[in-house]
Design a protein around this ligand. Structure first.
Ligand code: FE2
Length: 215
């Protein structure tokens, strides 16, 4: 278990009233260090974001009760990112996906928030970035979308299956998962609630469907 590094006016990013800057700067650094194409693109898109900040619009869903526990674990080199999330947590706009029978019980066992986006704290019509929190032992059914996606597990490993690739992979916290446009994929959490960063690029308002791309 590691501790959050606190945000103070004397910290490396200066302004404790804008923890999102620390979050995005750290996320871009991790993505650039990874170096794969979608990660490099995420870093470049973060660099393009402007200085405008909208007011926080806080909202909660039940599984957010597990956020603090998720922020108390994870690899040492993610401590600063977790600290930045802790600094934002009072303002995050948690919600759930629209109810869809194909999602089964998933709807009651997850929450997501959007930090960067058309209506987000940080406006953008080219990039979506947010957090995703999923209860323990939950399956996020197969789905696909037109946007290119990155997931970054923060707290715990997550199993991910991309249709067309061999089997499912267990992705450790701190390692990005690239999910190119229209790749059907599914997620499974393990014994603990799992916190991830998610990012969409490309066709942000394109098709999103639960099921398979050909289904
Ligand atoms: Fe996805």
């Amino acid at each position: 278990m590691t501790e959050h590094r606190a945000f103070t006016a004397s910290g490396p990013f200066g302004d404790p009233s804008r923890p999102e800057d620390a979050f995005l700067t750290t996320l871009a650094e991790l993505a650039r260090r990874d170096g794969r194409p979608l990660c490099r693109r995420l870093a470049d898109e973060i660099d393009r974001l402007g200085p405008t900040r909208r007011k926080w619009k806080a909202s909660r869903v039940p599984c957010v009760a597990q956020l603090d526990a998720c922020l108390s674990r994870g690899p040492d080199d993610m401590a600063y990112l977790r600290g930045a999330i802790a600094g934002m947590k009072g303002g995050l706009n948690w919600t759930t996906c629209p109810v869809d029978p194909a999602l089964g019980g998933f709807n009651r066992h997850h929450g997501y928030c959007t930090l960067v986006g058309e209506d987000g704290r940080i406006p953008s019509d080219r990039l979506l970035v947010g957090l995703f929190l999923i209860d323990p032992n939950i399956h996020y059914p197969h789905h696909f979308h037109a946007a290119d996606e990155l997931y970054l597990p923060i707290s715990d490993p997550i199993a991910i299956q991309a249709v067309g690739r061999s089997g499912s992979v267990l992705r450790q916290p701190g390692r990005f998962v690239q999910m190119p446009s229209r790749t059907t994929h599914a997620l499974w959490t393990g014994e603990r609630a799992t916190l991830l960063v998610w990012a969409w690029m490309g066709e942000l308002s394109g098709e999103f469907r639960i099921g398979t791309a050909r289904g």
